[in-house]
Design a protein around this ligand. Structure first.
Ligand SMILES: Nc1ncnc2c1ncn2[C@@H]1O[C@H](COP(=O)(O)OP(=O)(O)OP(=O)(O)O)[C@@H](O)[C@H]1O
Ligand SMILES: [Mg+2]
Length: 253
């Protein structure tokens, strides 16, 4: 079992405290991370994946400190992520996008990577990832021309191409139809059965409740609840945090 440990992590941006003393340890489950807008969910992913340094605290993975490691070094340790706003190489095909991740977890100058990695071995690996994520039929389609549901899958496929043992998925179901979200949940479960641990950020409470064995709730940078979905659903602090959001959403309309 792999374990990710977040210890007393805080992050401030100027005067804004985005994360405030966040600690959690994964236990090989599909861990859901939920919370209202601006709660600090993506910031936590940015810290784990090395895109941001914490102001305080530290993260370790299988005993390795992630401190001062760059994003590609963290990928090499086995942690891959997807982005809330999908970032495919629009002018490359689906297969080429996945190829850029095979054996090469950083994404500078995609064309150079594709040339270098278009070897029979990496092609085979990339095609396996496409099969795994249900994207085979789209292999030669330009990423820019994919509908959003499939772009989200491509985001996952590119992360899988780095052969991760841990996946951080940032709102993978955003913008999907109910049917697409159901298919995505099946994909996530099958990846977990293949021993990939994960944290899934999700806005849709029902989706997270159905998918995850354990849920951590962030609100205003702090963990306000951590437990099985049935308990989280009844938690008064969680209900209040979401109600607060609905009220402020209404204020903005
Ligand atoms: N690079 C940054 N510079 C300054 N402020 C930032 C930066 N990244 C995030 N923030 C702020 O930190 C807070 C937490 O943002 P974050 O994106 O982590 O929230 P989130 O929980 O992912 O929200 P959402 O559900 O809307 O995606 C927000 O107030 C946001 O504006
Ligand atoms: Mg976010």
């Amino acid at each position: 079992m792999t374990a990710l440990q977040v210890e007393h992590v805080s992050k401030s941006f100027g005067g804004l405290q985005a994360l405030d003393d966040v600690s959690l340890q994964t236990e090989g489950e599909i861990l859901g991370l939920i919370g209202p807008n601006g709660a600090g969910k993506t910031t936590l992913f940015n810290i784990i994946s090395g895109f941001l340094s914490p102001t305080r605290g530290r993260v370790t993975y299988n005993g390795h400190s992630l401190q001062r490691r760059r994003p590609h070094q963290i990928v090499r340790l086995g942690i891959a992520r997807t982005f809330q706003i999908v970032k495919p190489f629009s002018d490359l095909t689906v297969l080429e996008n996945v190829l850029s991740g095979v054996g090469m977890p950083v994404y500078p100058r995609p064309q150079a990577l594709v040339r270098r990695y278009r070897t029979p071995v990496s092609l085979k690996q990339a095609r396996e990832v496409l099969a795994q994520t249900g994207l085979e039929a789209w292999a030669d389609t330009l990423a820019a021309n994919l509908p959003i549901g499939l772009q989200r899958r491509l985001e996952i496929a590119r992360a899988l191409a780095t052969a991760p043992s841990f996946l951080l998925l940032d709102e993978p179901a955003a913008g999907l139809t109910a049917q697409e979200a159901e298919e995505l949940a099946a994909l996530i479960r099958s990846l977990h059965e293949q021993d990939i641990d994960m944290i899934v950020i999700e806005h849709n409470m029902a989706f997270a409740m159905n998918l995850c064995e354990r849920i951590v709730v962030l609100a205003q940078g702090r963990i306000i609840a951590d437990g099985p979905p049935a308990v989280i659903q009844q938690d008064e602090r969680v209900i209040n945090a979401y109600l607060g959001q609905e009220e402020s959403d209404a204020d903005h309309q």
